[in-house]
Design a protein around this ligand. Structure first.
Ligand code: ZN
Length: 658
């Protein structure tokens, strides 16, 4: 049944499954209502968004591009080999590599296990002509095979993309490709501490756009820019940004695009700061974009940013909701339950809007975020503020997939909680994302002299906890009723329940047996939920109870739960404001990392019985430009019919520069 399919429109929500993934489609709702100039702008930015895909593959692991290209070369041969289980396993493996932009799982960071034998791939490889293989100059067929074979089949080689366990050399133990051979964690940290100190106040995000390598015993930055590393791909990105410039909606937006081109040309991080400041001030245009080296989750040390891109346009109706929140930013800041010295006396430049995605690229494709708050530079956030977006059409596609999956019926304790979640779950979930992105990340301040990176590997988890707790605290505030954002004082309980259920139980479905939690957002959710469970245990605020052999979350006192969230928010803000690394480590390691193996197994079994894929990703729409004789883009057509495999093969064919 598909109510969203309309006549004369090839859009349909798909349901392609492989491994632990469900592929969804999202619809570029309202794209057709953009004017010709806006469509042309979105089109050029979309091309720029697709040209960076290879950069991310290489950033994630140095062998990824070779592996992908070899797999794509053998794939056409498999249809003639009689099929069978090896072929099925190979196809699943290829789809997984496309999805993760490499040979490591996008979320757990563990290397994929190929479900087919080495001899099967070796046989196919032998049948590929030289011309179809990604042979480097001077590289033999055998040399390429050995490289690819080891990357795919040796489980002890490059086991984990991002390794975060306390005590190890994080650079040496991570498979990501941000540091050259022989560079140690200690050397990298010293190197960037010195660079940052040399910049003084308003230091750019040092190390953000380079590979740190050792040459003749000295550390050298291999900068990602035109003429430098990844220069070929960046050249194509810049070519399309240059075309986009002509269709910019405002002079400010044109200037922003020019600054980004300048940054890609020189690699100068101060230009990136100039760009970021210009970008966050661009709130007037309908069409907006992200394109660049943005998030640092892929680097265990948190310096290096993976390449990502998004093109989007405003959803005007839903934006009214987030404007109501950001319009009251100072009220929320003043009423936050943290020590007043850690509050911002003046909250600046919190802008927020609901957007619809037109295209996802790089580290936002095919798995994507539903809310984004940028830039990440702490000093820019302090002085100039930030820009927040919630991606409406992606959220819609997620909610549609979740409804009817049976998850809530399985895990929610009783009919009363279930009814409340069905009534208010979607609305409060959206509002929590708004509060997290529009206000949470922008709230609070560092004490003078506190190093913004003082929390090191725990910084990302603490920051996400801070934003989540800000949202949890205020979603229960009568202020939201007063602003007309919720219509029942009971609504917040729906979100509290699902948040605790997810943090304590259901998110464990994404973790492999025997593993711990590594990813920052997941650590944050478990940290908050476990901490509240533990600190509320004497008063029975929240409990895990057993019924009919199954474990359920039972919330006995929602008011008290809110008070616990307030208490933890105050502590997390103190940790951030004062750079208390020991307290951050203690909190994260005690509550955010370890898993109860019995509960983990139970959750996995209950999930398996429901047949729910733990991860979702998205197929992009396809855009075609209609051009006048002089080459000017006069219209852009959107189609949705492309399959996941066709899309990936097309991107590899048409947007491969490295
Ligand atoms: Zn966040």
């Amino acid at each position: 049944m598909d109510n969203d399919k309309r006549a004369g429109d090839d859009f349909a929500y798909t349901d392609e499954r492989f491994a632990d993934i469900q592929m969804l489609r999202y619809k570029a709702d309202g794209f057709e209502r953009l004017d010709a100039r806006q469509k042309a702008l979105a089109y050029c930015l979309s091309e720029a968004a697709l040209w960076g895909r290879d950069i991310l593959f290489d950033q994630n692991c140095r062998h990824n591009l070779k592996v992908r290209k070899v797999l794509e070369a053998v794939l056409p041969l498999t249809s003639h080999d009689g099929g069978g289980t090896h072929r099925d396993a190979l196809v699943t493996y290829v789809k997984s590599v496309w999805f993760a932009n490499g040979i490591h799982h996008h979320y757990s960071c563990n290397k994929f296990e190929p479900g087919f034998p080495e001899q099967y791939l070796a046989g196919l490889y032998a049948a590929v002509p030289d011309a179809a293989l990604p042979l480097d100059e001077g590289q033999t067929r055998e040399g390429l095979w050995q490289e690819v074979r080891r990357a795919i089949f040796d489980p002890a080689f490059l086991t984990k993309r991002v390794y975060l366990s306390d005590g190890a050399d994080l650079v040496a133990s991570s498979a990501c490709n941000y540091y050259g051979d022989g560079v140690t964690q200690h050397e990298a940290e010293q190197h960037y501490a010195a660079q940052k100190a040399a910049f003084g106040d308003h230091a750019p995000m040092v190390g953000l756009n380079s590979t740190l390598v050792k040459r003749d015993g000295r550390l050298v930055e291999d900068v990602w820019r035109i003429g430098g590393k990844y220069g070929k791909a960046i050249g194509h990105i810049v070519e399309w940004l240059d075309r986009a410039r002509q269709y910019a909606e405002t002079d400010g937006q044109r200037r922003t695009i020019e600054l980004l081109i300048a940054f890609y040309t020189t690699g100068d991080l101060r230009t990136f700061d100039d760009y970021s400041i210009a970008w966050l001030g661009d709130t007037a245009p309908t069409v907006d974009f992200i394109n660049g080296f943005i998030e640092t989750y892929g680097d265990p040390l948190g310096y290096k940013a993976s390449w990502e891109a998004l093109v989007d346009y405003k959803d005007t109706a839903a934006t009214a909701r987030t404007e109501a929140i950001s319009g009251n930013a100072q009220w929320f800041e003043d009423h936050s339950p943290v020590d007043p010295q850690f509050r911002k006396p003046q909250v600046k430049g919190v802008s927020a809007k609901v957007i619809d995605a037109a295209i996802l690229g790089g580290d936002l494709y095919p798995a994507t975020a539903i809310g984004i708050n940028l830039p990440n530079s702490n000093w820019i956030r302090a002085v100039h503020g930030s820009k927040s977006v919630t991606i409406g059409n992606i959220t819609h596609a997620y909610n549609r997939a979740a409804a009817g999956s049976g998850l809530l019926d399985e895990f929610v304790i009783d009919a009363a909680e279930l009814a409340r979640i069905k009534a208010y779950g979607d609305a409060t979930d959206e509002l929590h994302t708004d509060l997290h992105e529009c206000l949470g990340h922008g709230s609070g301040r560092l004490m003078p002299g506190t190093d913004p990176d003082a929390l090191k590997a725990y910084g990302a988890t603490i920051e996400e906890a801070r934003a989540d707790l800000f949202g949890l605290y205020f979603i229960a505030d009568p202020k939201l009723l007063e602003l007309g954002l919720l219509d029942s004082p009971e609504a917040y309980k729906a979100h509290y329940y699902t948040y605790m259920m997810n943090g304590l139980m259901t998110q464990l479905a994404r973790i492999a047996p025997g593993a711990q939690i590594e990813e920052s957002h997941m650590r944050n959710r478990q940290l908050i939920a476990r901490w509240a469970l533990h600190h509320g245990s004497a008063a029975h605020v929240v409990e895990l109870v057993r019924r009919d052999g199954k474990t359920y979350v039972k919330v006995n006192d929602y008011d008290a739960l809110r008070a616990l969230f307030a208490q933890l928010l105050a502590e997390v803000q103190r940790i951030k404001s004062t750079g208390d690394l020991d307290a951050a480590r203690q909190l994260v390691e005690t509550y955010g990392v370890r898993i109860d193996p019995a509960l983990h197994e139970e959750v996995r079994q209950r999930y398996a019985r429901l047949g729910i894929a733990p991860y979702k990703g998205f197929i992009n729409p396809r855009y075609e430009a209609v051009r006048a004789e002089d080459g000017t883009i006069t219209d852009v057509r959107v189609t949705y019919g492309e399959s996941y495999t066709d899309q990936m093969l097309r991107y590899s064919r048409d947007y491969s520069a490295l």
